[in-house]
Design a protein around this ligand. Structure first.
Ligand SMILES: [Zn+2]
Ligand SMILES: [Zn+2]
Length: 452
């Protein structure tokens, strides 16, 4: 956890002159229907019937211009917490926009390091950054743009290395990852938590932006056709890594910083609307989110269209886990698999033998080498990025054994959840009898969220 810059004392707001304008733009004399102001003399200008404008602002205030925007609430934006999955070309644009807008807290995740080809498309990266983690460099540059911005760069996989409790505490979730499989992963996370998320993708001249909600209309997976599903699994099909890398290279789309800038701007604008929508008690109707619509821009002979697909029956992308049960005494490094499952059994009123934890992915737990008969424990997601299947003894490829669910009878049940590869502040879905429960390692909250 990193926090850049320290918060400085904010001066008291300068006096703001508010006038009402008629349809022709003429000033209306203050009369009986004068604008109501609160105790500090501040008027709420959010979508009034009349066209009210704040006509003067402090030029020392870098965010003063936003005070003129009808939908922009400085308190909402300055205290807003946004997650951005992906810090590539598109991530650069989106993150840069959030910093310019004065968002209070940004969490950014990416597992990649910067290579030379990234320099053509990424506004935050410099030639001297080649070889460094994308999120680390992006966070440094964003801190220069707004020293008050709290930044949390996470170098890792959004599915396996970030606890679901992190996503649960975000006001807005955005994803600008470049693979179908990672988008599906993010869609499942959002569904589990019952939260909407913003998604964007870029092509050569075209781009798309969508706001998916697991409860309102189609989700990302509802829009997937057979070709997309084939592509989703393609990088994992071959057992040998160079082949998988070659397939990833073949799938690489030609993209430019132009499509990234256009879609990054639209995504950031929708994120800003969603932030107000989520944080305001009574969001104005103008901030109604277009859930389930995908905005597609075709750049050859330019057009923008809103695409609406029908939600698919039995789509797996809408599985809401229900209200999360918080366990303040549980942490990833201090709680064992057995302790977690026994607590779940207690909460579900069943015996520990009756509960099982559904992983939602294949967890490798053991390697066996046919060449030299070596066998050893190894806990890693089967689709994790740095999966290492080499025999630790003779370095030939070993055979992985994996599980999709875990029970109290596992040999490794007394290992800590961190030993098994689970991140801090994780939320687990545990079945028992006819019921299920989502349990969070809430004991990690202080360390992860507040950096304490
Ligand atoms: Zn769906
Ligand atoms: Zn071996």
């Amino acid at each position: 956890m990193t926090e850049f810059g320290d918060s400085t004392e904010v001066d008291e707001d300068p006096p703001i002159v508010v006038v009402a304008l008629d349809e022709d733009g003429n000033e209306i004399e203050e009369g009986e229907d004068a604008l109501e102001v609160d105790a500090d003399g501040v008027a709420d200008l959010t979508f009034q019937e009349r066209d009210y404008r704040r006509l003067s602002y402090d030029s020392d205030d870098r965010f003063a211009i936003y005070k003129l925007m009808a939908h922009f609430r400085e308190d909402v934006v300055r205290s807003g917490r946004i997650f951005c999955a992906g810090a590539g070309a598109l991530g650069n644009e989106v993150l840069k926009n959030f910093a310019l807008l004065g968002v209070g807290e940004l969490w950014l995740a990416d597992f990649d390091d910067i290579d030379r080809s990234n320099l053509a498309k990424s506004v935050l990266f410099r030639p001297t950054d080649v070889g460094r983690p994308k999120v680390e460099v992006a966070a440094e540059r964003l801190a220069l743009m707004d020293p008050e911005l709290k930044l949390v760069p996470l170098s890792g996989d959004i599915r396996y290395d970030v606890g679901l409790g992190v996503y649960r505490r975000m006001d807005v979730l955005t994803s600008v990852v470049d693979s179908i499989d990672a988008r599906v992963g993010f869609n499942r996370i959002a569904a589990a938590l019952g939260k909407p998320w913003l998604d964007a993708g870029i092509g050569e001249l075209s781009w798309r932006v969508a706001c998916w909600s697991p409860t309102d209309g189609p989700c990302y997976e509802c829009t997937m056709d057979d070709a997309m599903r084939y592509q989703q699994h393609l990088p994992y099909a071959p057992s040998c890594a160079p082949m998988a890398e070659a397939i990833r290279d073949m799938q690489r789309q030609p993209t430019s910083p132009l499509a990234a800038a256009m879609s990054g701007a639209m995504l950031a604008q929708e994120a800003l609307k969603l932030l107000h929508y989520e944080r305001m008690d009574e969001p104005p109707p103008e901030l109604e989110m277009p859930f389930g619509q995908q905005f597609y821009f075709g750049g050859a002979s330019p057009y923008l269209e809103a695409q609406i697909r029908r939600p698919l029956d039995d789509c797996p992308g809408h599985d809401y886990w229900g209200e999360v049960h918080e366990e303040p005494g549980f942490t990833a490094s201090g709680t064992t698999l057995r302790e977690l499952l026994e607590r779940a059994a207690e909460l579900l009123s069943v015996t520990p033998q009756q509960v099982s934890m559904r992983l939602g992915f294949d967890l490798v737990y053991e390697l066996y080498c046919h060449s030299c008969s070596w066998r050893g424990e190894y806990f890693y997601p089967r689709r994790g990025l740095h999966l290492d299947l080499n025999c630790r003894q003779c370095h030939n490829e070993a055979r992985p054994d994996y599980k999709r669910a875990l029970r109290v009878t596992e040999r490794f049940a007394d290992r800590s959840l961190a030993d098994l590869g689970f991140p801090k502040l994780q939320i687990f879905l545990i079945y028992g009898g006819k019921d299920r429960i989502a349990i969070e390692l809430t004991g990690d909250e202080d360390e992860v969220i507040r950096g304490g």
